[in-house]
Design a binder for this molecule. Structure first.
Ligand code: GTP
Ligand code: MG
Length: 254
């Protein structure tokens, strides 16, 4: 269950290796779950996040032992997470080893896109859940078995709210925002932007066609997170990607 919106649940969560599952649709587990009792919500939230934090520490240790850099990639649906990963793997896959954990509520669409690049990938379907949690990542990492000194990208469920609350034990957090989403998003979704190590402003090729005030966006971001790096890019046109690749190289194996 999610601490903020009460979305659930573990029964709907599936860890899928697309190497052994060809079809693109998940299935209903057949269970119908009632919303939590309001009086118990606060206690449940605290317990849930504490339990998650413990598992996240376990992941952090597991990753550190192997000198693996895990990047938690978060954004609204459709900001360009998978497109950026496809491009990054194609451009940089030969320079340092990478693998991917894909998080979506349903389908293995994104895992198949990553698999088409030749990169190792594990899909996690969260069912009714709107974020990945540390337990899901622990299971996915065991299935993925990434090599030492590699980079693991974790594409979180498209959602600017709940994923920010759940520590996965990742090394860094990258938040993608596209110029079509509006310059006010850091102020409206501060939790997401506050914990970002790097903010990727994507789809800048669309700037001539949309009303997006970059200065206002940077001012809003500075207000909630003055320490974050900002990289402007177009995952489709390729503009600005060298800085992203440089950032990844800086963190690889660290
Ligand atoms: N113009 C433009 N389109 C882009 C860019 N990056 C991604 N897109 C398009 O945006 C759409 C969504 O991209 P995805 O990579 O699937 O987005 P996502 O964040 O992985 O989406 P979810 O997994 O559903 O949350 C696709 O049609 C992409 O081609 C970009 O830099 N410029
Ligand atoms: Mg995606």
């Amino acid at each position: 269950m999610c601490a903020t919106c009460g979305c659930s649940d573990e029964a709907g969560v599936r860890v899928i290796d697309p190497e052994s599952h060809g079809h693109g649709h998940g299935h209903d587990d057949g269970h119908h779950h009632l919303p939590p009792e309001p009086t118990r919500t606060v206690l449940l939230e605290r317990d849930l996040l504490a339990a998650n934090d413990l598992l996240a520490e376990g992941n952090r240790g597991w990753l550190a032992e192997r000198r693996i850099h895990a990047v938690n990639l978060m954004s609204s649906p459709g900001s360009g997470k998978t497109t950026l990963l496809e491009r990054t793997i194609r451009d940089q896959g030969g320079r340092f080893p990478m693998s991917v954990v894909e998080g979506d509520q349903e389908t293995v669409f994104d895992a198949h896109r990553i698999k088409a690049t030749g990169c190792r990938v594990i899909q996690v379907n969260t069912g009714a859940g709107c974020h990945l949690d540390a337990d899901m990542l622990a299971k996915a990492l065991r299935a993925l078995d990434p090599p030492v000194r590699s980079t693991v990208f974790i594409e979180n469920v498209g959602n600017l709210v709940c994923p920010a609350l759940f520590d996965l034990g990742e090394g860094t957090r990258a938040v993608i925002m596209s110029v079509t989403e509006g310059a006010d998003k850091p102020l409206k979704y501060p939790h997401m932007f506050r914990t970002a190590d790097v903010v990727l402003l994507n789809k800048i090729d669309l700037l001539p066609y949309v009303d997006f005030d970059i200065d206002a966006f940077l001012a809003a971001l500075t207000q909630v997170n003055p320490r974050s790096r900002v990289l402007k890019m177009s995952a489709t046109a390729g503009e600005g990607l060298e800085a992203w690749y440089g950032w990844l190289r800086e963190h690889a194996g660290s």
